[in-house]
Write a new protein. Structure first.
Length: 362
């Protein structure tokens, strides 16, 4: 499923296309999508498809289409400090993006049926923390994954501010899903072939909104043939941060503020990301964008003729601009990790520096 957005050449271009198509609409969601490269969650032999707006499945490993994830992220209305439960957490791609928004005082739990997928998710999470320069731009709420069937969560589990289910929910399980929410919480799930947003407005009051038509594989029903007993899923306890963790969060936050102040003093404006290598901007004529799901159309966007005329001129201008700036083989400058540089320059013992940097490799 997917295909509502043009394919990009890299992660940034994919996000540009999602923004243009109005799937990404808020700054927080855009920052999270740009921070985590979708290709990092693909197996090496399939990475050429990472920036297409398509779902991907290989064995038990599965990623939804980018347009679906962006609609989910927008519908969840995430804020720092909230608790989040991902049912069918898969590769951890969505959970990691959510963790960038929740921040260090949020709660980020996932339930996954397949043990091999949990191992895959942990590897990808470790890779992101150790190698991504984006990691230091955020304070991260690291996801925790547990194995089990999400329809067998222990009834004494805590309720959550935000819940997402990544598989089709049958009507008979709707109330079960709703009861995972706190009052004021938001649940997003595929229900009766529609991506649905449910807000709990009171102990027994709900608001429901259908977002778009989707086609998800249904939830796998619990199988008790072996023992005849339910295998309850116990979610991780909501742990209190250690004093050591709190100190690291506070020190990193102070250093970031200092960097911001120094940059404002030098340039007179706020801290900006280092300039990226300028890609050729190709503004395509906006045509019909159609998504087929089980031979049904769920989205269509049509431009007006005036857009076509403007876009034709833009393509010519961009081509000329590229010819003027192309004379040499230009390569993007490596982004500067200001936080890392500042920490390494501090008069501190090396073990403390490495702790402040989460023992990151880059």
């Amino acid at each position: 499923m997917g295909g509502a957005v043009s394919a990009g050449e890299d992660n940034d271009e994919l996000i540009d296309n999602l923004k243009e198509a109005q799937y990404i609409r808020t700054e927080l969601v855009e920052q999270a999508f740009r921070a985590i490269d979708r290709a990092d969650y693909y197996l090496e032999e399939f990475k050429e498809n990472a920036y297409k707006d398509l779902a991907w499945k290989h064995g038990n490993i599965h990623l939804s289409a980018p347009c679906i994830y962006s609609e989910v992220m927008e519908a969840l209305d995430l804020q720092p400090g909230l608790s989040f439960l991902n049912l069918g957490s898969g590769t951890g791609y969505l959970s990691s993006m959510v963790g960038l928004i929740l921040g260090p005082f949020g709660v980020n739990h996932g339930v996954e049926l397949h043990s091999d997928v949990i191992e895959y998710a942990k590897q990808k999470l470790d890779f992101f923390i150790k190698t991504s320069d984006s990691f230091d731009k955020f304070e991260f709420c690291e996801p925790s994954f547990v194995i089990g069937n999400c329809l067998e969560i222990s009834p004494d589990c805590t309720q959550y501010d935000r819940v997402y289910c990544g598989a089709g929910v049958q009507k008979e399980h709707e109330d079960y899903m709703k009861n995972l929410l706190k009052v004021g919480g938001i649940l997003v799930m595929p229900l009766e072939e529609k991506l649905t947003k449910i807000t709990r407005t009171g102990p027994s009051a709900w608001e429901t909104k259908k977002i778009l038509a989707v086609s998800f594989a249904p939830l796998i029903q619990p199988n008790h043939a072996d023992s005849g007993k339910s295998r309850l899923v116990h979610l991780p306890p909501v742990a209190v941060r250690s004093l050591q963790d709190l100190a690291r969060i506070a020190i990193r936050g102070t250093i970031k503020k200092l960097i911001h102040q120094e940059t404002m003093g030098k340039s007179g404006n706020g801290l900006k990301s280092p300039p990226r290598f300028k890609r050729r901007r190709v503004r395509r004529r906006r045509m019909e964008t159609i998504v087929f799901l089980d031979k049904e159309v769920f989205a269509s966007r049509i431009s007006n003729p005036s857009d076509d005329n403007n876009n034709s001129e833009d393509i010519e201008d961009d081509t000329q601009e590229e010819e003027e700036t192309k004379p040499s083989e230009l390569k993007p400058d490596a982004p500067v990790n200001f936080l890392r540089e500042k920490v390494l320059s501090l008069p501190l013992p090396d073990p403390l520096k490495y702790y402040l940097l989460y023992y990151r490799e880059k």
